[in-house]
Every structure is written in structure tokens, then in C-alpha cells.
Design a protein around this ligand. Structure first.
Ligand code: G3P
Length: 218
């Protein structure tokens, strides 16, 4: 499974790139609002430092506006993916961008029917928000399992499942087990994936025993 970083923070992205743990980046207006600078300046910088896809989200509500934004984003770099919110106008825009050869990611997906339509219209990626489904007491991961099964049934669909709204390491593991192509996660989730209390206890014990054997008289 590819890992995307769900952040607009260049330092977090750089740190993950140095570990070989960043295959791409997803941003949205909320993430961009947390950083200093205009969305355009932030995104142009990310497009330079990330070799993989960088998702730039449209804010227009009508298809013509979304397409215009998408075409403009596409001039910023070869690795631009135009992120489009799921709704009727969004689907219209995705199909138009697909015909222009511009890759898209349909975001705010909460059902298999939405994902299937987005894929049919030509989306390169669909982003089901599993954490937000969990928040309303639905099983977010079941949507990933359903989509993986549906997309397996129709191999002609080239759309990749990009599991989003990931909140913890277990979401990442479950996404892998379900067969998600990609998961996008905040940097903190990647750091949490490294950790296990038994690893820390094991390291402490090894060091303690090493010290003992160093001081022992042979
Ligand atoms: O990739 C989507 C993500 O940014 C939304 O995450 O945690 O706000 O539901 P969250």
C-alpha cells in the first residue's frame, strides 16, 4: 500500500520523504489554512519537493469553475492531482478533466455508490473518509472492504482507493488488509505506527543486560 501524507506542512513531508515513507501528499483547504502563506505558494512549494502526486483541492461549487481551477493547478507541475468534492457538479468536472488527461481525486466519499460513480466518470482516485464515518457510529473500514471487492469485480476501472480521514495505526493496518491501494495519514499516525511498548521494554532490558555484562568480571 502506498502512503500519502495528509498535510500541507513542508517540514513533516520532508521528514517522511527522508525515511522513504511519502509516496504522495493530500491537502485540503483546512490543512492549508494551518500553514503560513497563500494556498498557491504552499502548493507550488510542495509540488517541487514531493516527487509523487500532490493533491490540490478545488473550492468552486460549479463544474465550470472546478474545471477552470483544475486546469490552472495542472500548469503548476506534472505531479498535480486535482481534488474535487463529491457531488453532481464535481462528477461533471471530473469527467471533463479526465477527458483533458488531468488526474483527479474525488474526495468526501462516504458510500460505495458515490465511489463507483466517481470511478466511472474517470476519477484517478477516490477518497473514502473512514474516520468521519466512525465518528457517526458507522464502520468506516467496511466501506474500504466493500470498495476493494467492487473494484476487484470490475478490473477495467483503473481508479485507486485512497483511504482518507485516517486517525490511528490500526486504520492503516485494516486498510492494508482490505486491499486499499493508498492510505493518506497525518504525520503523527506514521510516527505512532513505529511504536510498541514491548519494543521499548525490550530495548531497555537489552541495554541493562549489556551494562551488566560490561561490568562483570570475566
Ligand atoms: O484526507 C482527509 C482528511 O484530511 C480528513 O481527515 O481527520 O479531518 O476527518 P479528518
Amino acid at each position: 500500500m502506498k502512503i500519502f501524507l495528509d498535510t500541507a506542512n513542508a517540514a513533516e513531508i520532508q521528514a517522511a520523504l527522508e525515511l522513504g515513507l511519502c509516496d504522495g501528499v493530500t491537502t485540503n483547504p483546512s490543512l492549508l489554512a494551518k500553514e503560513k502563506g497563500t494556498p498557491e505558494a504552499i502548493l507550488k512549494n510542495l509540488l517541487k519537493i514531493v516527487p509523487g502526486p500532490v493533491n490540490c483541492e478545488c473550492v468552486s461549487l460549479d463544474a465550470a469553475g472546478i474545471v477552470a481551477e483544475g486546469k490552472n493547478f495542472a500548469t503548476w507541475g506534472k505531479n498535480v492531482v486535482v481534488k474535487v468534492a463529491m457531488n453532481h457538479e464535481g462528477i461533471k468536472a471530473v469527467h471533463a478533466l479526465h477527458k483533458l488527461g488531468i488526474p483527479t481525486n474525488v474526495t468526501l466519499i462516504f458510500s460505495a455508490s458515490q465511489a463507483y460513480l466517481a470511478a466511472k466518470a474517470g476519477a484517478s482516485y477516490v477518497s473514502p473518509f473512514i474516520g468521519r464515518l466512525d465518528d457517526i457510529s458507522q464502520d468506516g473500514m467496511q466501506l474500504i472492504r466493500d470498495l476493494a471487492a467492487i473494484f476487484r469485480n470490475y478490473p477495467a476501472l483503473k481508479t485507486e482507493i485512497l483511504t482518507a480521514s485516517v486517525r490511528n495505526p490500526n486504520h492503516m493496518v485494516q486498510a492494508m488488509l482490505a486491499g486499499s491501494h493508498i492510505a493518506t495519514a497525518p504525520a503523527k499516525v506514521l510516527l505512532d505506527m513505529e511504536k510498541h511498548p514491548l519494543t521499548d521494554i525490550g530495548i531497555a532490558k537489552f541495554l541493562e543486560d549489556h551494562k551488566k555484562s560490561q561490568s562483570a568480571t570475566k
